[in-house]
Design a protein around this ligand. Structure first.
Ligand SMILES: Nc1ncnc2c1ncn2[C@@H]1O[C@H](COP(=O)(O)OP(=O)(O)O)[C@@H](O)[C@H]1O
Ligand SMILES: [Mg+2]
Length: 271
C-alpha cells in the first residue's frame, strides 16, 4: 500500500525485528491520561492478525480511550497524553513523527452512533476517496460499489445511491459507515460498540458483517454485550478501572477465567 511509506518513518524502525508476524499490534506498558486522571494503566497486550479481539468491562473503565489511542484519535482531545508503545508494522504509533492522516487510513474506526455525512450514499464513500486523490468517475464508481458490497449493503442501496444517507435505517447507516472505512483499504478496524445503538435485527446484521470481515481484516471491538463478545470474538480483554485484568482466548475468559474479578463481571455480578 502506497500510504505505508508515509506511515513508516526511517528513524522509527527499531521494533521491526522484534514483532511477531502474526500480531498486527503489540501494545506495551500503555498509559493514557486526561490531565491528572489516568484512564488506562500500564496496559500490555498483543493483537493477533485476522482475529476479532473484544474489549469488555464496565462503563468508564477505559475501553474507548484505549481504542482511540491506537489510531491517535486521542490527539484531538485537549489534555490527553499517552505513554508506552503501540507497535504496528515495526513502528511505534505513539512516536511524534507518525503521519496520523495516513495512519487513520490504515487503522479505521467506527463509532457507536452511526455518523454518515449529510450527503448522498454514493458521496459518503466517494468524498473520502477524493480526499485521498482518487478522481476518475469510473474508478470512484467501482470503489463505491466494492466497498458497499464488502459491507453487505450494496443490494439494499444500489438503486438509490444518490439519495441522502440520512434516509437509511440506523443499521444501514452503520453499514455505510463501515463501507466508508473499508473504502480506505485499512488493515485494522477499530469498532467502538458499533451495534449497541441499533435495533436487534440491525444489530444481528452488523454482527454477521463483522464476522465476515474477519477473513480480510484484523478487528478490535468494544462491546458491553457479553453474548456478542462470546459469539464473535477470538480473544477477549477484560478491563477494570483502566487496567487489563485478564486477556485470553474468548472461550477461556467465558468458561474458565483465571481472575475472580473476570468471573464476577462475566457472570453479571457487577457493571
Ligand atoms: N474526552 C475526555 N476527556 C476527559 N476525560 C475523559 C474523556 N473521555 C473519557 N474520559 C475519562 O476516562 C475514563 C475512561 O473513559 P472511557 O475510555 O470512555 O471508558 P469506557 O469506554 O470503558 O466507558 C473515564 O474516567 C472518563 O471519564
Ligand atoms: Mg466507551
Amino acid at each position: 500500500m502506497a500510504v505505508k511509506t508515509r506511515v513508516y518513518q526511517e528513524k522509527n524502525i527499531a521494533y521491526q525485528n522484534d514483532q511477531e508476524k502474526n500480531n498486527i499490534l503489540e501494545i506495551d506498558d500503555l498509559s493514557i491520561f486526561y490531565g491528572e486522571n489516568q484512564a488506562v494503566k500500564h496496559a500490555g497486550l498483543n493483537i493477533e492478525k485476522n482475529a476479532i479481539t473484544a474489549l469488555v468491562g464496565p462503563s468508564g473503565c477505559g475501553k474507548s480511550t484505549f481504542l482511540r489511542s491506537i489510531n491517535r484519535m486521542n490527539d484531538l482531545i485537549a489534555g490527553a497524553r499517552s505513554e508506552g508503545r503501540i507497535i504496528y508494522d515495526g513502528v511505534n504509533l505513539l512516536a511524534s513523527n507518525i503521519n496520523t492522516i495516513a495512519l487513520r487510513k490504515e487503522i479505521g474506526m467506527v463509532f457507536q452512533k452511526p455518523n454518515p455525512f449529510p450527503k448522498s450514499i454514493y458521496n459518503n464513500i466517494a468524498h473520502a476517496l477524493k480526499f485521498y486523490g482518487i478522481r476518475g468517475k469510473r474508478q470512484l464508481d467501482q470503489m463505491v460499489e466494492e466497498s458497499l458490497k464488502k459491507a453487505a449493503l450494496w443490494d439494499e442501496v444500489k438503486d438509490r445511491l444518490h439519495q441522502s444517507a440520512l434516509s437509511l435505517s440506523g443499521g444501514q447507516q452503520q453499514r455505510l459507515c463501515i463501507a466508508r472505512t473499508l473504502a480506505m483499504e485499512p488493515n485494522l478496524l477499530l469498532l467502538d460498540e458499533p451495534s449497541s445503538a441499533l435495533d436487534p435485527i440491525s444489530n444481528a446484521k452488523v454482527e454477521e458483517l463483522i464476522l465476515q470481515l474477519k477473513e480480510d481484516y484484523s478487528i478490535i471491538i468494544v462491546t458491553h454485550n457479553m453474548q456478542q463478545a462470546s459469539r464473535i470474538s477470538d480473544y477477549t480483554a477484560f478491563f477494570l478501572n483502566g487496567e487489563v485484568i485478564e486477556y485470553d482466548h474468548t472461550k477461556k475468559i467465558f468458561t474458565n477465567p483465571s481472575e475472580q474479578k473476570t468471573e464476577e463481571y462475566i457472570s453479571g455480578r457487577f457493571g
